[in-house]
Design a protein around this ligand. Sequence first.
Ligand code: ZN
Length: 302
Amino acid sequence: MNVPRTEPRLRGAERTAPLSRTRADMFTRMLKLRLLNAVAPAYFFTATAVTFILHFCFFVPTIFPKPESSLRASTALHTVVFLFLMFNALGNYIMTIKYPAESANETAVPVCSPHCSDKVDAHYLLNGRHFCKLCKKVILKRDHHCFFTGNCIGNKNMRYFIMFCIYTSCTCLYSLVLGVAFLTVEYSISFENPLTFLTLLPLSTGFFFTGTISGLQLFVVLMLYVWLGIGLVCAGFCCQQVLLVARGQTWCQMQRGQLVENRSPWRTNLKDVFGTRWILGLILPVQTGEMCADETDAYKQD
Ligand SMILES: [Zn+2]
């Protein structure tokens, strides 16, 4: 159904601002979001490639240098664990893109709901739908727009997104441990003192510019902090998403402070997202149940 387009409502001080200035501001913010939408996937693939190269070209050959039978088993174990984590992270990333959030069969920009706060990236519509300006689609059960995957997260791909966060966090924290082992073996840096990690980056940066340490050592130190940051952020974000799913709520609803009435039990909510074969989904990036909820379910959300 094609519905006429409406102008966004202006609020507060914006009422007095010239319309052209407001539009220019919106255009600038939208441009930044589009840029982020292009840069974030590139950053993800670059970080993945760097992690892969560091693991197989530097960490494994340095930590397990001798081809003895005992070390050969350790090398194989670490390689299998790393590949398993990486496979699941990338697999769920692909599945998140392959099964995008369910979109309504509407091509025109619909009328904004009276509750629409005129967000930069999306308009809140009636009946719990959102129009994502980046995806250019009306999304049912929208949770948020993920810049790393470049599409919206909703009912169909929430499970893959959560598993993507879990395995990305595990891969980063596992790489952090191997990176610490590499620095200990290769450069005899002791991490027994907890303050060592806190002072490692500033000291390494100083030593690099005085020519004391190599560029590779500084780069590995830098990557330790990147892995720690991404690992903790993904773990925290994942916990939040699981809690929201268990409550039957979306991020969009939480932002508006909207409570879900007649909530289902948390087991039912989790089963709706993770499917009936959820155990299989924990170890492999595969479809674990019927993910196609009908539109009437989506409309009940708000
Ligand atoms: Zn989107």
